[in-house]
Design a protein around this ligand. Structure first.
Ligand code: AMP
Length: 478
């Protein structure tokens, strides 16, 4: 996953983009970048590091212009090297195109090979560059961004939310299954499109709605318009956004993520009740779940672990040894709260098991008498090919193992996961409208060697039900 944002603001785009990227920092800590357009000039500044490390006031001042896009990167396809930092720029026939992508394509290799056969030389290993070439090639012949995006959507398979700056117009589109979140907000002097609504909040803006799957949105000066490029029969929103990835204060597809997680916590008690002295979250990802569990069970919510706020997400560490050290630095126990207690420990997910094993050991060492680990998602058994970093089955602790084996490996007194149907119920939509690939091994798009769900939507060229009508979104000023 990554974070993307596009802004048109009459007072200048760079500072709002910076604040929006700050709000999306949890979606990627590897690099940050901003492109703006002013008069006839495209300005871009990007580098590896956190948003606050990459940008300074004087850099933002040089990024002049009222329209721009931004990106924070979490490496999915393409390694963490400087040339993979987004946005990417393409310049031809008097047009400047800058592009930023969140998601993961499953047909990148085929597309790359096809373009390489035609003589294209790629400078990076990212999907974004491939997408940029597809759009640029289509723009050469069609001259219309709508047609170029339509052509692009026919070519891409996988997950994508994209913001593009074509001269001074911002475009944004979301894959036909809506796997990756993307929403539209209104600002005092313009509009914003961002991965999550927290970016809109950061600018005191108003969330208008989500970008629809298969929709292209255009921000041009004071004008916001949209074209439904393609419509799929079902969506496949990433279930893991609700479980872990999105910020709890974000609203995704009309649902406050905190409420979803709290309901999952309540469901965890309803389906798997256990008696304990305290309900303790793994901070911060387990907090909303633990609040729900405590509420439903009547067991007091007590913090037994404290997080060092200045350490990034553990997964950002590329090798296992660094990851293990990071967990130790990141969390400490509140020993007085744990000594002699039967602890119901709540986390959102177990992926590799590194965090759980370490935390269970720390809580034991702090003197807890029992540790009942409750998890807000079902066992993660399959890799994600669509953007989340959980690469191979061999690294997933629950893959090919029973729950008892996982319990033994993490060292908890008992272990239980929320069943999929209860997780889906807490989210409040139909299971068929979610991507549950990591939990079921069945994916919404065809992936070689993997099971594809029977009602998968094939949106390869020729199968679209294209709705070509363009419609305006009325400006909702209050
Ligand atoms: P693990 O130690 O591998 O079991 O990781 C599980 C912990 O990492 C949980 O506490 C989650 O909150 C968090 N987590 C889960 N998935 C991811 C991910 N894709 N990237 C970063 N952190 C994650």
């Amino acid at each position: 996953m990554c974070g993307i944002v596009g802004i048109v603001d009459a007072g200048g785009a760079s500072f709002p983009l910076y604040y929006a990227l700050y709000a999306l920092q949890h979606r990627g800590q590897e690099s940050a970048g901003i492109s703006t357009f002013e008069g006839t000039t495209l300005h871009t500044y990007k580098a590896q590091g956190l948003v606050a490390e990459v940008f300074e006031s004087h850099t933002l001042e040089k990024l002049r212009g009222n329209a721009g896009i931004g990106h924070v990167r979490y490496p999915a396809t393409g390694s963490a090297v400087p040339e993979n930092v987004q946005p990417f720029n393409f310049r031809y026939q008097g047009l400047d195109l800058s592009i930023a992508h969140n998601g993961n394509l499953v047909n990148t290799t085929e597309l790359r090979e096809e373009y390489e056969r035609k003589g294209q030389i790629f400078c990076t290993t990212t999907d974004a560059e491939v997408i940029g070439y597809i759009i640029a090639e289509a723009l050469r012949t069609s001259k219309s961004m709508e047609n170029a995006v339509r052509h692009c959507m026919h070519r891409l398979r996988g997950s994508y939310a994209i913001v593009a700056l074509l001269n001074d117009t911002v475009y944004a589109f979301r894959d036909p299954l809506g796997i990756i979140p993307l929403c539209i907000g209104e600002l005092d002097h313009g509009y914003i499109i961002a991965s999550e609504s927290v970016a809109i909040d950061a600018l005191d803006g108003k969330l208008i709605r989500d970008v629809r799957p298969g929709e292209l949105v255009r921000l041009d000066g004071d004008d916001l318009s949209s074209t439904q490029i393609t419509t799929a029969k079902r969506t496949a929103h990433c279930i893991f956004e609700y479980v872990y990835f999105a910020r709890a204060d974000s609203v995704i597809d009309g649902r406050l993520v905190y409420d979803v997680r709290r309901r999952i916590g309540q469901g965890l008690y309803d389906v798997l009740p256990i008696t304990g002295d305290i309900v303790c979250p793994v901070p911060d990802s387990g907090t909303a779940y633990a609040a729900g569990y405590a509420e439903r069970s009547g067991i007091p919510f007590v913090e037994g672990l404290m997080k060092n706020r200045y350490v990034g997400r553990t997964f950002i560490m590329p090798v296992q040894q660094q990851r293990e050290r990071a967990v130790r630095i990141k969390l400490n126990t509140v020993k007085g709260n744990l000594k002699g207690k039967r602890v119901v420990l709540i986390d959102d997910s177990i992926v590799r098991g590194t965090t759980s094993r370490r935390i269970v050991k720390m809580i034991q060492e702090a003197g807890a008498s029992e540790i009942h680990l409750r998890v807000g998602s079902p066992p993660i058994i399959s890799p994600c090919y669509l953007g989340v970093d959980m690469p191979s089955r061999t690294e997933l602790i629950a893959s090919g193992k029973g729950i008892e084996a996982v319990r033994e490996s993490v060292g908890a007194t008992s272990l239980a996961y929320i069943p999929l149907r209860d997780l889906v119920e807490a989210i409040g939509c139909n299971e068929q409208d979610l991507c549950t690939g990591c939990l079921t091994g069945c994916y919404p798009v065809g992936i070689s060697g993997e099971e594809c769900r029977h009602n998968a939507i094939d949106y390869v060229a020729g199968t679209h039900q294209a709705d070509l009508s363009a419609f305006r979104i009325e400006k909702q000023r209050t």
